[in-house]
Design a protein around this ligand. Structure first.
Ligand SMILES: Cc1cc2nc3c(=O)[nH]c(=O)nc-3n(C[C@H](O)[C@H](O)[C@H](O)COP(=O)(O)OP(=O)(O)OC[C@H]3O[C@@H](n4cnc5c(N)ncnc54)[C@H](O)[C@@H]3O)c2cc1C
Length: 394
């Protein structure tokens, strides 16, 4: 069955997220980008809007109505949030990237223990730590170790580029229990903030998504309870690696939808500039060329959105979606760079007004969508492995 119509609850969630983007994000977006700081009032407003009693209840009811299509629900909101400001959207309080591995690999007791506190009305964040210096794309080559000592796991290693890593209450950290096992030795561990030996290092200064916090995390004889290993759902050796990859199958479409949101913002703003700010005397034939280009970009944004929706639709139905998730991420990640670059170029002749400032920011923000959650090259490898299973692609 194919349907391109959003349900009532889905439409309402999308409209709600758009209103948040308009009222809470756009007004502070340029300032947060410039200062790399987010006011505390933003965090509290987001906590209230998304986690407050009434909001959480409405969301649960809506999701039940729409048969728990949680991935589709999230990405409808993500696109709107990124239209508002992608950096601010990564900073909204909540378990964030820590949630997918806990939900897919945690026992019911672990889910309650680790995710329950997010409902207490306070500010909490979560993070996911896979990447290490020298081991980003090649997850199987990670060197952070976990050794069981009595009733505790002892973690040692170094992670970097971890979104919200410094402010998170829990960090789902991937480590190997035996480096000689390669990917089969990898396991996900939940490390609570404040655990001795869990050290927050450098906060990165970035070109784009500047208001999003990206941290280095160091583990030095960091002892966590035995019960913080997430592998309750599957006892096979591959469970840890599958958790890492399964997380990416769920989060890549989300990242794709953020890219679509920025691309849409850039397209709309460029179009408005052409309609309202084109300098006097601009040749009509040049305007037609620009209009043609904008129409093509609009079509490509719709195509990217459909790829993203399909991957999330499959995830909601537990249909294996690695290929589709990578396709959506690769296409949307490339497109957002193309649309924002076009916006900066087309508006170049104008004064440096607010529209141009936003386009410049989105151009810088766009680049990371070609990098995190797997670079474009890695997405193509994932796709190729599934398209040509008979070929041994490393
Ligand atoms: C703003 C930001 C936020 C991030 N947030 C998180 C986070 O929350 N958690 C987390 O764990 N990580 C996070 N990351 C890390 C991100 O996922 C990695 O940077 C990314 O996976 C690339 O890894 P790398 O930087 O080690 O580059 P490398 O893997 O070293 O890649 C370098 C280059 O080599 C290419 N390459 C590598 N292997 C191959 C191959 N087999 N074939 C062809 N080309 C290849 C890549 O495409 C790339 O061009 C974040 C990164 C950024 C920039």
């Amino acid at each position: 069955m194919i349907s391109f119509t959003l349900g009532k609850a889905q439409q309402a969630a999308r409209e709600y997220a758009h209103s948040v983007a308009v009222e809470e994000m756009r007004p502070i977006s340029l300032e947060c980008d410039r200062t790399e700081k987010i006011p505390a009032s933003f965090f509290w407003n987001m906590q209230r809007r998304f986690w407050g009693g009434a909001a959480a209840q409405a969301r649960t009811q809506a999701q039940e109505e729409e048969e728990k299509q949680s991935n589709i629900f999230s990405l409808l909101s993500q696109e709107e949030m990124a239209w508002g400001d992608a950096a601010l959207s990564t900073a909204i309080p909540g378990p964030g990237l820590a949630a997918p591995p806990i939900l897919s690999q945690g026992t019911p007791e672990q889910q309650m223990r680790f995710l329950g506190p997010y409902m207490d009305g306070q500010l909490h964040w979560g993070a996911l730590a896979l990447t290490e210096p020298g081991t980003g794309s090649d997850v199987a080559g990670m060197s952070t170790t976990a050794v069981l000592d009595g009733d505790e796991w002892v973690l040692n290693g170094h992670k970097h580029y971890i979104t919200n890593g410094a402010r998170s209450d829990i960090v789902v950290t991937f480590a190997t229990i035996d480096t000689s096992l390669g990917r089969e030795g990898i396991r996900p561990f939940v490390v609570p903030k404040g655990t001795p030996g869990f050290i927050v290092g450098r906060i990165e200064e970035k070109m784009g998504l500047r208001a999003s916090q990206t941290a280095e995390l160091i583990f030095e004889n960091c002892r966590i309870p035995k019960e913080n290993l997430l592998s309750g759902r599957e006892s096979s050796k591959k469970a840890g690696f599958k958790a890492a990859m399964g997380t990416l199958d769920a989060t890549r479409p989300m990242v794709g939808s953020l890219a679509v949101g920025i691309a849409r913002a850039a397209y709309e703003t460029t179009r408005e500039w052409v309609c309202e700010e084109l300098p006097e005397g601009f040749a009509a034939y040049k305007r037609h060329v620009i209009e043609d280009e904008l129409e093509e970009l609009r079509q490509e944004i719709e195509m990217a959105r459909f790829l993203v929706w399909r991957a999330a639709w499959m995830a909601d139905r537990r249909i294996p979606n690695s290929k589709e998730a990578s396709m959506s991420k690769a296409y949307a990640g490339g497109l957002v760079m193309k649309v924002t670059a076009a916006g900066v170029r087309i508006t170049a002749p104008g004064e440096n007004g607010e529209r141009k400032q936003f386009l410049g920011k989105w151009f810088r923000d766009a680049k990371v969508f070609d990098i995190f959650e797997g670079t474009a090259q890695i997405q193509r490898l994932v796709i190729a492995r599934r398209l040509f299973p008979e070929v041994d692609i490393p």
